[in-house]
Design a protein around this ligand. Structure first.
Ligand code: S3P
Length: 182
């Protein structure tokens, strides 16, 4: 019996703050489950023909948010896959409702200090440009955690390597879906 079979019926949507590993863990999870992987940020960039930084600079954040909403709605029409959302996507009530209806949502959560350390390694995130990452993450956490808390599952990752988080996710998803099937 293929123990991953029950995990291939629904899209698995990863939500949570920047730096928590939605894309890197999502890609590995998709590989392990032999599901397609989609990264909403990458798809928004492909649709706009420019980087997220350039979208923010040239068109503004509202244009990015609108593109993100459309891209995620389109992706959720696709057959079951692993979907890494951008950190702000689940804040849009329409997107959140759509994800809740069409996917199993998982909030990947870890300490803000861990996230701040990770996001400091890259300067591609417009919300962090020229700012103290920990302070931004603290503000975002305050606003976003209530919405992230509406995800079907919460997986606390600590600072574990990605493969450990993938195993943890598979266990949590298996238990959740088995419960739902009862
Ligand atoms: C954002 C997170 C980013 C990207 C954009 C805005 C946010 O995605 O969508 O920079 O609002 O938290 P990641 O969470 O993949 O870094």
């Amino acid at each position: 019996m293929d123990r991953f079979a029950p995990l291939r019926h629904r899209t698995i949507a990863l939500v949570g703050l920047m730096g928590v590993g939605k894309s890197s863990v999502g890609r590995r999870l998709a590989n392990a489950l032999e599901l397609p992987f989609h990264d909403a940020d990458a798809e928004v960039e492909a649709a706009a023909g420019r980087s997220i930084s350039d979208i923010f600079n040239d068109l503004g954040e509202p244009a990015f948010r609108e593109g993100e909403r459309r891209v995620i709605a389109r992706l959720l029409d696709q057959p079951a896959h692993v979907l890494a959302t951008g950190g702000g996507a689940f804040m849009n009530p329409e997107t959140r409702a759509l994800i809740k209806a069409r996917a199993v949502s998982v909030w990947l959560k870890t300490d803000l200090e861990v996230l701040a350390r990770r996001v400091s390694r890259k300067d591609s995130r417009p919300l962090l440009k020229g700012k103290d990452p920990l302070a931004v993450l603290q503000q975002l956490a305050e606003v976003r955690y209530p919405a992230y808390g509406e995800a079907d599952l919460i997986v606390e990752t600590g600072d574990a390597p990605h493969h450990v988080t993938v195993d943890q996710l598979i266990r949590a998803l298996s238990a959740y879906l088995a419960d739902q099937a009862q």
